[in-house]
Design a protein around this ligand. Structure first.
Ligand code: UGA
Length: 461
């Protein structure tokens, strides 16, 4: 089948490359010409495991362009809208790029039946809105009736940064929302290789053991749109819940690691997304929980659980500062080292990254902040160069003269650090493990004081 993907961010590019690998003919379209240049040169503008390798393998089925004419929308079976929806200051998503994409698609549709799919996370009701923009644009261009030439669908994405291709090829489910049967039929055939899992798996993207057919959830448009928000909000609530229990665990002398295991083995709860720490960040949870709350407000619903999850989450970042203050008594003039800037490991994404907020709070208290990240440093220097944070190229440099070190991102290389030798660079041997990532006893045997999150009874660790 022929698919056009508008927007080459995490979602768009991963979807396009995966569909091309599965044998579809794919055009990836982006109005940012520099991105298209990079893609044409075989380079991915995002840091994502396996993406450049798969781009190479799927090359014969892939085209990159910044022109709607060249993308071949008039022959497309499916056009995905996967442009950015950044957050407005009032918490609502900015839909300007979605609007521009919808109008341009409408202007270029042909007489062939095409399914237009919202893959960007858009507010509930956006399906209808996009449909009307496309309709108006079509009528203005050729005066022909838009009926029967296109149908709208919502196909929310559940991929995680860092494992985007794996999540696309081996998803827990595929959700498709549409009002017309024909749209569901087209999308079911597009995703058939993933649903049936009959495509050859790759060495660098192996199929998980025992992984079988993937369920498809068909829904109406509004339900599909709400599924996306409800899923992200649920995961955010789950993480904030374990973080709130972690605060109590610390007070009563209990260990959150044992508690998470003890509750997670209950299959009704599940063990994933129960890692306590400095909380969630990234481009999705913060934005989507804010958008869900603003949508609910339009209907006078308080969405109080999601609001509390947000409060707990952002309080975790302040907790780091309070903890350091408690240990060091004075933060003014202190040097604090931060290990990890990306909002999680395996990505260079700095959006809503806890590290940046923690650094800001520390600097407001008069501390000097130095930071290291094995992957995100270049991005950090570019976007936060004038923030006052001192970006360092090595762990040794970041620890130099530090009064404390805070581990913020769980990069595997940080687990291998030799604290025995590293602590000599520090002024005070104090480590706050914001991800409960290191083994407390190992750190303490190296002569550092270890503080974890919710580890009131972690000495034996
Ligand atoms: C999230 C969802 O997991 C995806 O399903 C969804 O498609 C995506 O948002 C999106 O809407 O685009 P992502 O933001 O890439 O994916 O990252 P996650 O792996 O979900 O992690 C989010 C944050 O939660 C990270 O800061 C991570 O460190 C934190 N986290 C995760 C915890 O603090 N504890 C956990 O147990 C799990």
């Amino acid at each position: 089948m022929k698919a056009v993907i508008v927007g080459t961010g995490y979602v768009g590019l991963t979807t396009g490359v995966a569909l091309a690998y599965l044998g579809h003919e794919v055009s990836c379209l982006d109005v940012i010409e520099d991105k298209i240049k990079m893609l044409k040169a075989g380079k991915s503008p995002i840091y994502e495991h396996g993406l450049e390798e798969l781009m190479e393998l799927a090359k014969p089925n892939l085209q990159y362009t910044s022109s709607y004419e060249e993308a071949g929308i008039e022959e497309a079976d499916v056009v995905f809208i996967s442009v950015g929806t950044p957050q407005n200051p009032d918490g609502t998503p900015n839909l300007e790029y979605v609007k521009q994409a919808a109008i341009s698609i409408g202007q270029h549709l042909g007489t062939k039946f095409t399914v237009i799919v919202n893959k960007s996370t858009v507010p509930i009701g956006s399906g209808n809105w996009v449909s009307s923009l496309v309709r108006d644009a079509m009528t203005q261009v050729d005066g022909l009736k838009p009926e029967d030439r296109f149908a709208m669908a919502s196909n929310p994405e559940f991929l995680r940064e860092g494992t985007a291709l794996h999540d696309t090829l081996y998803p827990d489910r595929i959700v498709v929302g549409a009002e017309e049967e024909q749209a569901l039929t087209v999308l079911t055939s597009l995703y058939r290789p993933i649903l049936n899992q009959d495509f050859p798996a790759l060495e660098f993207l192996p199929r998980p053991e025992g992984f079988g057919a993937v369920p498809i959830v068909t829904a109406d448009l509004a339900s599909a749109e709400l599924i996306k928000y409800a899923a992200n909000a649920f995961l955010s609530v789950k993480i904030s819940y374990i973080n709130e229990v972690a605060q109590l665990a610390e007070k009563v002398g209990a260990d959150i690691m044992q508690i998470a295991r003890g509750i997670g083995l209950d299959t009704r709860i599940g063990s994933r997304f129960l890692s306590a720490g400095i909380g969630w960040g990234g481009s999705c949870f913060g934005k989507d929980t804010a958008a869900l709350i603003t949508t609910a407000e339009e209907y006078r619903l308080p969405m109080s659980i999601v609001k509390s999850a947000r409060d707990v989450n952002y309080q975790q970042r302040v907790w780091v500062v309070e903890k350091l203050l408690n240990e060091l008594k004075i933060l003014k003039g202190r040097t604090i080292a931060i290990l990890g800037l990306a909002f999680k490991a395996q990505t260079d994404d700095l959006r809503d990254a806890p590290a940046l907020d923690i650094a800001k709070h520390l600097m407001q208290r008069g501390a000097k902040v130095k930071a290291h990240d094995p992957v995100a440093l270049a991005h950090a220097r570019k976007y936060f160069g004038d923030s006052g944070i001192h970006f360092m190229d090595s762990v040794e440099e970041v620890l130099q003269e530090a009064d404390a070190v805070v581990l913020v991102t769980e990069w595997p290389e940080y687990r291998k650090l030799d604290w025995e030798n590293l602590k000599v660079h520090m002024k005070t041997p104090l480590l706050l493990d914001g991800r409960n990532f290191l083994t407390p006893s190992v750190v303490e045997q190296s002569g550092l004081k270890y503080i974890g999150v919710g580890r009131g009874h972690a000495k034996k660790g």
